[in-house]
Design a binder for this molecule. Structure first.
Ligand SMILES: C[S@@+](CC[C@H](N)C(=O)[O-])C[C@H]1O[C@@H](n2cnc3c(N)ncnc32)[C@H](O)[C@@H]1O
Length: 385
């Protein structure tokens, strides 16, 4: 499994040549807002020129590159990316053909070679050990790669690190483990700041709560404040800014939507479980529910194209009997629509089977949020110069 896919590292010296490939040039970041076409064009993602222009970065567990795209949008130059999954590597190879991408386990990489050569080390280790949906075995789970992330920081000694994971890493039974992780980073000389962030509060058309941990060797990091929602000046960006009930984007998802045998209604028709599986109806006037890595089948959110969900919800709340069969007009999101809700560039291609593509998309940090955080990290790094 260990291997170089594309390399720009020669004789131990790093060539800072991370650039978007043709795949990216074709694919532009969607504005993810309800603004006009002209407004969208103005908000579109540009080639590296942001506050991080020219700052070398490495990304572990790169997946389909949600976080990596955000870093590059802020201007970081990705000199190394590590990912074990072949499909995700194929996605990255097409997107960023010139980066040094290793299809390998992070465990196989000796980061001492990068000592003091990286300004930023980032990554979102697999989150199953800490997910609410999982068994929450945390550090006892063999998929716990936090020690590997710490080793990478210890060996490479980057000026900053950015770690992403599910909120469960910092909460409940894992809280004391998380405290020790923070203490480890502090012991390595980093000032550490962390926050649980909802992507919707930063203009992403999706509710997605994730934990971000930033460490700086010099100085202190401050998270950017929310720009959208009740606490901010702009309203949340609705799912309807990138999705349409009357137009399928990409290849249709054939998974049908079936009424649940034992529905569990909540005050809103769009919460609770009224249908089989984990996929929820999307209220196009609000941010979408979290796009799941397990999507593809009945865990894929859907659009209620005939507008029957509110009426069915009222029926249940009034004590009506659950219906059986298929919800007429229930249409699950396609791969491409899921990617748009995640703010991946319009038209971006994902490698592998349909289910692998949904997984890569559901695993990702929304590039739009990643770009905002990466710009803030870059400003913190620049302010020390
Ligand atoms: C949560 S996803 C990362 C998503 C990515 N940050 C993004 O924004 O698109 C975790 C990734 O770690 C990869 N992975 C799992 N074990 C790994 C290992 N031992 N070494 C490298 N990558 C690994 C998985 O294949 C998956 O793509």
């Amino acid at each position: 499994m260990v291997g170089h896919r594309k390399t720009t590292a020669t004789g131990g010296s790093l060539l800072l040549t991370a650039r978007y490939g043709d795949g990216y040039k074709r694919a532009q970041m969607p504005a993810a807002s309800s603004s006009s076409g002209a407004g969208r064009a103005a908000e579109r993602h540009q080639k590296p020129s942001g506050p991080a222009a020219g700052i070398p970065a490495a990304e572990l567990f790169v997946g389909a590159g949600g976080l990596a795209l955000g870093l590059e949008a802020a201007g970081f130059e990705t000199v190394l990316a590590v990912e074990i999954d072949r499909d995700a590597c194929d996605t990255i190879s097409a997107l960023m053909p010139k980066i040094d991408l290793r299809q390998a386990s992070v465990e196989a990489i000796d980061f001492r070679r990068y000592r003091r050569k990286l300004c930023l080390l980032s990554g979102g280790p697999p989150c199953q050990p800490y997910s609410i949906g999982g068994k929450q075995e945390g550090r006892d789970d063999e998929r716990d790669f936090m020690p590997e992330f710490i080793r990478a920081v210890e060996e490479a000694e980057p000026a900053a690190f950015l770690l992403e994971n599910v909120p469960g890493l910092a909460l409940g039974d894992n809280a004391s483990y998380f405290k020790r992780l923070i203490a480890r980073f502090a012991g390595l000389g980093y000032s550490v700041t962390w926050r649980i962030i909802n992507a919707a509060d930063y203009g992403v058309p999706q509710k997605r709560r994730r934990l971000f941990v930033v460490g700086l060797r010099n100085g202190e990091f401050r998270f950017p404040e929310p720009t959208h929602g009740d606490e901010a000046t702009r309203p949340h960006v609705p799912a309807g800014s990138v999705l349409r009930a009357d137009a399928v984007i990409g290849d249709a998802n054939k998974s049908i939507v079936v009424y649940a045998k034992n529905p569990d209604p909540r005050p809103s028709p769009y919460d609770g479980h009224l249908f089989n599986g984990g996929g929820r109806p999307i209220d196009l006037t609000k941010p979408s529910p979290t796009i799941l890595a397990a999507a593809g089948g009945n865990k894929t959110h859907f659009i209620d194209t005939c507008g029957l969900v509110p009426e069915y919800h009222r029926h249940l709340m009034a004590g009506g009997a659950p219906k059986t069969g298929t919800l007429p007009g229930g249409r699950r999101l396609t791969v491409q629509e899921s990617a748009l809700v995640q703010t991946f560039p319009e038209g971006m291609r994902f490698a592998g089977s349909r289910s692998s593509q949904y997984t890569q998309i559901g695993n990702a940090v929304p590039p739009k949020l990643a770009a905002i955080l990466a710009s803030a990290v870059a400003r913190a790094l620049r302010s020390r110069e």
